[in-house]
Design a binder for this molecule. Sequence first.
Ligand code: G3H
Ligand code: 13P
Ligand code: ZN
Length: 314
Amino acid sequence: MIVTTKKLFEIAYGKYAIGAYNINNVEQIMGLFQGNIDSQAPFIIQISKGARSYTDTRMLEAMIRAADEIFPEAVFAVHLDHGDEKTCYNCIESGFYSSVMIDASSESFEENIAITKRVVNAAHPKNIVVEAELGQLGGVEEHVQVSEADAKLTNPDQAKEFVDRTGIDSLACAIGTSHGAFKFSGTQGLRFDVLSEIQKRLPGFPLVMHGSSSVPQEEVARINAAGGMLKGAKGVDADQFQKAATLGVTKINIDTDGRLVWTRVHREYFKEHPENFDLRPPGKLFMSEYAKFIASKNEKLGSAGQLAEVKKHL
Ligand code: G3H
Ligand code: 13P
Ligand code: ZN
């Protein structure tokens, strides 16, 4: 059943975070639904612009609708990840998405507000909720000065003004993470001090954490042992998700970790079976490993076991 992220956030706020997982193909979709049912968790399917054009948006939509039929117990939101203005309108018009993200974070503060507000005005009359981003995610290198790095993080005072002036439903904050497999160097980590200041100014308002893959070291080691070259990859400590949830983070975005599962399964499979050229055995293995990965992430997020409670509120 497709629901809005707004509904899921109301139920989860302050207690746990909902996993927002990026998907591209049928094996990911099957593993995603299976893993969330196995762990009895509500979830968010994220579709990036790249995912929309990987095959065809109609293909992606049809596969998700089919999964909804195959797994009738599932409760999830369908969300556009990092949309530009045009793609947001496209998704709003399509009638399929329950939530869109407008990412105008690279624009000036005023321009970000103007663009975001236009998307909110188009989405809300159709009961579609809007996430927007303030601040800039990015890899923070050891040599970058603290003041320089801090300047890219979300400014808590601006966060309040941004939410008030745009009317958005959730805010993606830059609190030290970045996208991809190389997030931190040295001792850097999540900036709970900044997150806590944002929550003080926006009590009860759903916050979103992008760039939240953990990049498990055992996964990286297995990939490298099977021919990969991911030296120095490092991610967010998944044991910090619960603390982030108590500080208002209700949506945690994970893509890279799923890609690592895919890479590990396929590299190992073909290394161990050099004679094989059938796509189904590694595909089957990936679906099952991906389902296990989703279930274990949901344990860390605290969303595992929440499905029955969520259904009472729908
Ligand atoms: O934040 C970006 C997501 O990881 C999606 O990545 O644009 O390569 O699909 P993508
Ligand atoms: P990761 O690259 O850490 O998985 O982040 C994904 C993300 O933020 C998608 O919007
Ligand atoms: Zn992101």
